[in-house]
Design a protein around this ligand. Structure first.
Ligand SMILES: [Zn+2]
Length: 138
């Protein structure tokens, strides 16, 4: 796969990226952030992103476990990419930022971000909600 050029909306942040599997990896996600963000992400290895301008204009947003790193341009606010929680060596790239691509694709697979594997494990470890006696009387 050849490198694809990418940029935020105002053009301050510029990068090239080699996608791991082209747009075959295009995914939406239903976690609380992605529902608001609405972006379609494609997969790349973190090391395959090369910034050509404006890397210092990216701002980091993190929430919940604060493992995933969500980056956006601090001038125009456009999400460019995030380093994944499920595989920290992998990044999700905002398909809409890539030259020659569109996020307006039919039938994009939606990941079950609400039930992230790490979260599911944590819920099982807590177990309080499952065995709370009050619940059985409703
Ligand atoms: Zn920008």
């Amino acid at each position: 796969m050849n490198a694809v050029k990418g940029s935020c909306h105002c053009g301050t942040v510029q990068f090239t990226v080699k996608l791991s599997d082209g747009i075959n990896s295009a995914r939406r996600c239903d976690c609380s952030l992605c529902l608001r963000r609405g972006a379609v992400a494609v997969t790349a290895m973190k090391g395959d992103i090369t910034y050509t301008a404006g890397a210092d204009n990216l701002t980091l947003y993190q929430f919940n476990t604060k493992v995933a790193e969500h980056y956006f341009c601090k001038t125009c606010g456009i999400y460019t990419h995030h380093n994944r929680r499920s595989n920290p060596q992998e990044a999700g790239i905002n398909l809409a930022c890539l030259a020659g691509h569109t996020p307006l694709l039919p039938d994009v697979v939606v990941n079950d971000g609400r039930n992230h594997p790490t979260d599911v494990g944590r819920e099982l470890n807590v177990g309080v909600l499952r065995f709370e006696p009050e619940r059985g009387r409703q």
